[in-house]
Design a protein around this ligand. Structure first.
Ligand code: B3K
Ligand code: ZN
Length: 866
């Protein structure tokens, strides 16, 4: 596929992993001088460059949308014929092996709608460089294996930009005569330019301190608009907890005198780990009970931790090239997941993480954009910040940690960090450190980095009463993915237990390594046939198919002592009923009702766990279980089962809803769990069709003292057609219309509503006065949520596809990176009936036909048509 596109002259060039070559020139030191102004900023950069190896190749400094106003070498202004531009890059032939190269460029941050490079957001000036944004600021070898020491001087108007921040530690500051001032920052740690950052603005600081394990005091600052200061407490607590956790669990200490975080309203993704100066999408910093749900609070904690952990896994040890992206992202996601598990309920965290993996990564792995954790090629690297790189990448690290056990894993990560500190490393370096530090052979395991696609594991259990033994037959297959045909068997760690139905106990949890296409494991000492619990804790990111009966699943849903396996058993019971119904089979629903009834009656269970397990699988997950997705049939059977669960257990839902009211301001796992279960109860109560359902939901909406309950009530009402729906939406808009992050919830709730008119409503909302394409959060709240709403997006009229395609086309002119993220839902056309598939393809073709389409969208839409 990639080859085909590279032969098309109009297509962007394909970059290949195997083409890697070390840099021709290194840049040990950089001095940057910014004269900052939203309309016109000048950047003077002085690079000390040294020739890397014996060659005569010129200096190649990447640039994107900038022109050099001056080029100097060793202080001498070069004539215009001594340099030239090639595909945006500045090419200079240099005589010696070491020179000072100075360039001057002008930028217009306020016109930068791509939000890459230096841009303006809500009166601030800020930067985003990963992956290739630094070349939009100055000419530089914009590749992660060129590590430099940065010193940065910023000059700006003192009234508009009283705060001037950059990477590293602060230095001198001073005033200038014309109402301007300056500040100097120096970062002693060599870093790639994607970690460069600066911020200028009128910001207030939540200041705190952290004393590291070796006794160094670090000044912590979270910088926001003055009015937002009261909403920064949770992020600060998460930061201090993260710093302590990384010392305790990985022995990693923070290394500068200051650690700053800035929240900005316009941001293309969640946050960015710039050295000593993390820049965040404000939705992952700001939280208070009036506006943030428990999910938002957990998101703040996880993202603060994630970016902080990058200081070691990403910054101190960075990536050699962008094909190694999962080296830092997969590992850091694993680290933030482990941290969140330690801060709250590990069982529930695992369930949530697997749900996300299945929803995002398994879908990606099944479609035209499937790629290995270490990809082989790309056109636009921004398109590769994917669930595969992040979430599947994290699963790979989790499997290694499982195979090694905690002590050997720690020894291995110590070796990795110590060996590669200050270096730009590869995934192979990581695996080798795991092998040497952990004492394990990962030869076959390396296939997880190379082969795309989700492995399928078929597990059949045979009991032989004569020998009182059991054979577990396992078969694995990895489906073909674009550009990858016949696959080799993977090394799959499966945690397994065999339950005795009589005693309800098992004989121990075992880790089996499935390494062949077919393999049989034998167990003895079973007079009666045991029940199989497999892939406990979701030990491997695979799809397991078993021959377990509904009775077996019912048993596990009541007795499995592994919380994930227990959750999985309940979900599988539900899947079997729903998919069976669609296929016209009368699969008994009673087992589902009984399983939920048993759980909600069990006072020993964590309410958060019950809430997770009692929810029906999403419509999208059910679609994934079908050879061809039928959105209408899925919606119908799921709705019917929901109604029945609501009606059959109505007294229980009423009791839970009445009894589990938690203190709305408490953030303990117990309080969060109580709210989660109460919201599930409300959902089922309304689904039951009880006449007072909407009134109860409206009362919860109205009386709630926290956003978790208010938003859940709103979402429940938004799914229905009651008069309370409009009333609640109006009140919400009136109350929160002035707060961007909360207004996002208003858009998102409607776009995600399982409501017959969602398509029309989203179309209207796209014209709402509060909707704007300029803010990525707003776009994601409306169109991102809508594209994830299976029943609505895949509306038989094809109108949902057209809405999203229109948005992609319009947004591409402003912000290609965010536009490209909306393409994958349209690329799943092979999974749908011919009529839907034709409409989806039609929209992809319409997008590709747009003149001047970005590289980002061209790559995603082009690959999606194959
Ligand atoms: N490293 C950044 C992601 C940058 C995305 C660039 N398209 C945030 C993170 O993963 O921590
Ligand atoms: Zn990251």
């Amino acid at each position: 596929m990639a080859d085909m596109l590279s032969t098309n002259a109009a297509s962007p060039a394909v970059i290949r992993r195997t083409d890697y070559r070390p840099p021709d020139w290194l840049v040990p030191d950089v001095a940057l001088n910014f004269d900052l102004d939203p309309a016109l900023t000048t950047v003077r950069a002085t690079l000390t460059v040294t020739r890397n190896g014996a060659h005569t190749r010129p200096l190649h400094l990447d640039g994107d949308g900038i022109v050099p106003l001056e080029v100097r070498v060793d202080g001498h202004l070069l004539d215009a014929d001594a340099w030239h531009l090639e595909a945006g890059a500045l090419i200079i032939s240099l005589p010696g092996d070491a020179h000072d190269v100075e360039t001057l460029v002008e930028l217009a941050p306020q016109s930068n709608s791509k939000l890459m490079g230096l841009y303006a957001s809500g009166g601030l000036l800020c930067t985003q460089c990963e992956a290739e944004g630094f070349r939009r600021i100055t000419f530089f070898p914009d590749r992660p294996d060129v590590l430099s020491r940065y010193s940065v001087r910023m000059v700006a108007d003192k009234v508009r930009f009283p705060v001037l921040l950059a990477n590293g530690d602060p230095g001198d500051t001073g005033d200038l005569p014309d109402g301007r001032h300056w500040a100097q920052w120096t970062d002693p740690f060599p870093k790639p330019c994607y970690l460069f950052a600066l911020v200028a603005g009128d910001l207030a600081c939540n200041a705190d301190r952290f004393v590291t394990m070796s006794g160094r005091a670090v000044r912590l600052g979270i910088w926001v608009r003055e009015a937002d200061l009261p909403r920064t407490g949770h992020a600060m607590e998460a930061l201090r907890n993260s710093m302590a956790w990384d010392e305790r669990v990985y022995g990693r200490e923070y290394d500068l005198d200051v650690f700053n975080i800035v929240a900005v309203a316009d941001f293309n993704f969640g946050a960015m780990e710039n050295k000593g100066l993390n820049i965040f999408n404000s939705r992952y910093i700001l939280a208070d009970p009036e506006t943030a749900t428990d999910i938002d609070y957990d998101g703040v904690e996880a993202v603060v931790a994630h970016e902080y952990f990058h200081n070691w896994s990403g910054n101190r040890v960075t990536c050699r090239d962008w094909f190694q992206l999962s080296l830092k992202e997969g590992f850091t996601v694993f680290r933030d997941q482990s941290f969140s598990a330690d801060m709250g309920s590990a069982a529930v965290k695992r369930i949530e993480d697997v749900r996300i993996l299945r929803a995002a990564q398994f879908q990606e792995d099944q479609g035209p954009l499937a790629h290995p954790v270490r990809p082989e090629s790309y056109m636009e690297i921004s398109n590769f910040y994917t669930a595969t790189i992040y979430n599947k990448g994290a699963e790979l690290i989790r499997m290694i940690a499982l195979m090694l056990g905690p002590d050997r894993f720690r020894a291995a990560t110590n070796l990795y960090f110590d060996r590669h500190d200050g270096q730009a490393a590869t995934c192979e370096d990581f695996v080798r450190a795991m092998e040497e530090g952990g004492g394990i052979d990962l030869s076959q395991f390396r296939l997880w980095y190379e082969q795309a696609g989700t492995p399928h594991v078929r597990a059949l259990l045979h009991h032989d009463p004569a020998t009182q033994s059991v054979e577990l037959h396992l078969e694995q297959a990895v489906p073909p993915t674009p550009g990858q045909g016949g696959k080799q068997p993977m090394a799959i760690p499966l945690r397994v237990a065999l339950f005795d139905p009589a005693t309800r106990a098992h004989h121990g949890d075992e880790l089996l390594m499935l390494t062949q296409a077919r393999q049989t494991f034998r167990f003895t000492g079973f007079a009666t046939a045991p029940i199989l619990s497999i892939n406990r804790g979701f030990s491997a990111p695979v799809i397991v198919e078993t021959n377990r009966s509904q009775q077996d699943l019912a048993f596990l849903s009541a007795h499995d002592d592994d919380p994930f396996a227990r959750y999985e058993a309940v979900q599988q019971l539900m899947v079997n009923v729903l998919i069976g119904r669609i296929a016209g089979q009368a699969v008994d629903e009673d087992a589902v009702i009984a399983a939920i009834a048993t759980m909600i009656a069990d006072s020993t269970l964590d309410p958060a766990f019950i809430a997770e397990a009692a929810r029906l699988p999403s419509e999208a997950y059910l679609g994934d279980q079908m050879a061809q997705v039928d959105p209408d049939a899925i919606h119908a059977v799921r709705d019917a089962l929901q109604q029945r669960i609501g009606a059959d257990l109505e007294p229980q839902w009423r009791a839970i809803h009445a009894a589990t009211k938690a203190d709305g301001f408490a953030l303990s796992p117990a309080a969060k769990g109580a709210r989660k279960l109460r919201n599930v109860a409300l959902h089922y109560l309304v689904a039951s069709g009880a006449s007072d359902g909407p009134a109860i939901a409206f009362a919860q909406f109205h009386d709630a003292d926290n956003m978790t309950e208010r938003q859940a009530a709103l979402a429940t009402l938004a799914n229905g057609t009651s008069p309370e729906r409009e009333a609640a939406l109006d009140i919400f808009h009136h109350r929160y219309g002035g707060d961007a992050l909360t207004l996002d919830k208003w858009f998102q709730t409607q776009a995600f509503a399982v409501h017959p008119d969602t398509v029309e409503l989203v179309e209207e909302l796209g014209r709402h006065k509060d909707f704007t394409l300029a803010n990525p959060n707003r776009v994601r709240s409306l169109y991102g949520a809508f594209a994830g709403n299976q029943w609505a997006f895949h509306h038989g009229s094809g109108k949902g596809y057209r809405l999203v395609a229109d948005c992609i086309i319009a947004l591409d002119r402003l912000n290609p990176q965010t536009a490209a993220r909306l393409v994958p839902p349209l690329g799943r056309w092979k999974r749908f009936d011919p009529a839907r598939a034709a409409s989806m393809r039609g929209e992809l073709e319409r997008i590709l036909a747009q003149p001047g389409l970005s590289k980002d969208v061209t790559e995603q839409a082009g690959k999606s048509l194959d």
